[in-house]
Design a protein around this ligand. Structure first.
Ligand code: SF4
Ligand code: SF4
Length: 364
C-alpha cells in the first residue's frame, strides 16, 4: 500500500520547467483572438505595421528603436508611454526594438509623438537600416575583445535617418560581434573584432587559474601544448599555427589576447540568412585592421557609411547587399567604395588539413 502511494505521488509530481514563459498570456487580446487567422498586413508609414484578420479585426504595431541596454529609468519611461498612449501591451524584437500594439489607427499618431518627444525613434520596418544587432559583450560574456554595444550606439546615431525612413533598396541588417568566434552571425554589413597577435601568457598565473586540458582542447587548430615554465605547470602556444581567434582566453584569462593596439575591428559584407530571391550567403571580409577607437569609433563608422551609401546609390530595387555585390562583382565593389583591396583579403591559410584535423572538436 505504502509502495502504491509512493508511485502515485511520483506520477503526480509536476516537472520543473525553466525557460521562457508561454507568450500567449502577455499578448494583446486582439492577437490572441485572431491567432493564426490573419488575412494580410501592410505598412501605412515607416515604423508601423497594420494587420487585418479574417474576422475584420485590425491591429497596428508601432516599432520603436531603443538604446538596447535599458536601465530601470528607461524601462519605466517607455512603459509609462505605453500605458498612457497605448493599450498596455508590448513586446521586444530580437533586435531589441520595442513593439507596441494598439487597436485603433487614431492612437498611432499620439503614440509616435510621445516616443519621439522622449527621444526614441520610430522606424526599422521595410527597406530601412534595421536596429543593429549586437552580442551582449561585457554585460554577461567572458571573452569580448571590444564593447559591441558602444559600437552599435555610435553607428545608430550616425544612421538615425536610415532607421526612420524606408529608402534603402532592400532591408539592411547590420551586426556587430565582440569576439571572432561566436555570435557574429551573418549581416549585410558586419563589424567584428579582429585579434592580430597570439595571446601573451602570464606563466605565474596559469597553474592557479586554468584547467590546462580544457584550454588545450579549446584551441581549434591545436596550437596549445602543456609546458613547464620556470618550474611551474603552464602552457605554450605554437605561434605559427595560432589563428588569433581568442578561444583560449575564456577558460584561461592568463592567456591575454585583448590588446589596445593589436585588437582591431574588421568589416564584412554580404551575409544573409534569408532565402528570399537568392540563397543564404556568407559574409566576406572587406576591411581589416580598423582601430578599435572608443567612444565613437569614427573610422568604423566612415567605412560602414561608405559601403551603405554606395549600395543605396548603385543597387537595384530589392537587391540585398550580397545580391548587389554578386551582380557587380567584387572588383567593382572595391572600385565603387574606394576601399583598398589588400593581401589580407585573400584566404591563403593552408593549415586546415593538418591542424584542424588534430583538434578535439573538428574531424574530417
Ligand atoms: S560575440 Fe563572443 S564575446 Fe561577444 S557575446 Fe558573443 S561569445 Fe561573447
Ligand atoms: S585558441 Fe585561438 S588564440 Fe588561442 S592559441 Fe589557439 S588559435 Fe591561438
Amino acid at each position: 500500500m505504502a509502495q502504491a502511494q509512493t508511485v502515485e505521488k511520483k506520477q503526480m509530481r509536476t516537472p520543473i520547467e525553466s525557460g521562457c514563459p508561454d507568450g500567449m498570456q502577455y499578448m494583446h487580446p486582439l492577437m490572441v483572438k485572431n491567432f493564426g487567422n490573419w488575412k494580410y498586413h501592410d505598412r501605412p508609414r515607416p515604423g508601423v505595421l497594420h494587420h487585418v484578420a479574417y474576422s475584420g479585426d485590425e491591429i497596428w504595431t508601432v516599432r520603436v528603436g531603443t538604446q538596447r541596454q535599458l536601465g530601470p529609468y528607461e524601462i519605466n519611461l517607455l512603459c509609462d508611454i505605453v500605458d498612457q498612449y497605448g493599450e498596455g501591451h508590448v513586446r521586444f524584437t530580437i533586435r531589441s526594438n520595442l513593439e507596441v500594439m494598439v487597436s485603433k489607427w487614431e492612437k498611432v499618431g499620439p503614440l509616435i509623438q510621445a516616443f519621439n518627444d522622449a527621444g526614441y525613434p520610430v522606424g526599422g520596418t521595410g527597406n530601412s537600416v534595421t536596429m543593429i544587432s549586437h552580442t551582449q559583450g561585457w554585460l554577461h560574456c567572458d571573452i569580448p575583445g571590444t564593447d559591441a554595444s558602444g559600437v552599435v550606439k555610435s553607428l545608430m546615431d550616425e544612421l538615425y535617418e536610415e532607421f526612420v525612413k524606408e529608402e534603402m533598396p532592400n532591408r539592411v541588417h547590420i551586426t556587430t560581434s565582440c569576439c571572432q568566434i561566436n555570435c557574429g552571425g551573418q549581416g549585410d554589413i558586419a563589424i567584428n573584432v579582429q585579434h592580430t597577435k597570439p595571446p601573451k601568457i602570464n606563466h605565474d598565473l596559469v597553474a592557479n587559474v586554468c584547467e590546462r586540458p580544457s584550454v588545450v582542447a579549446r584551441c581549434p587548430v591545436a596550437a596549445i601544448r602543456p609546458a613547464i615554465v620556470n618550474g611551474k605547470p603552464s602552457l605554450e602556444v605554437d605561434e605559427k599555427k595560432c589563428i588569433c581567434c581568442g578561444a583560449c582566453y575564456p577558460p584561461c584569462p592568463p592567456m591575454q589576447i585583448n590588446d589596445p593596439e593589436h585588437s582591431k575591428l574588421a568589416i564584412w559584407v554580404g551575409g544573409k540568412n534569408s532565402n528570399a530571391r537568392s540563397k543564404p550567403m556568407f559574409q566576406k571580409l572587406v576591411a581589416a585592421g580598423l582601430p578599435n577607437n572608443p567612444p565613437r569609433w569614427p573610422e568604423v563608422a566612415a567605412v560602414v557609411k561608405k559601403i551603405l551609401y554606395t549600395y543605396k546609390k548603385d543597387a537595384r530595387d530589392w537587391e540585398r547587399v550580397g545580391d548587389w555585390v554578386e551582380r557587380i562583382g567584387w572588383p567593382r565593389f572595391f572600385e565603387l567604395t574606394g576601399l583598398p583591396f589588400t593581401k589580407f583579403h585573400i584566404d591563403n591559410w593552408r593549415g586546415a588539413r593538418n591542424s584542424l584535423n588534430a583538434s578535439a572538436h573538428i574531424r574530417f
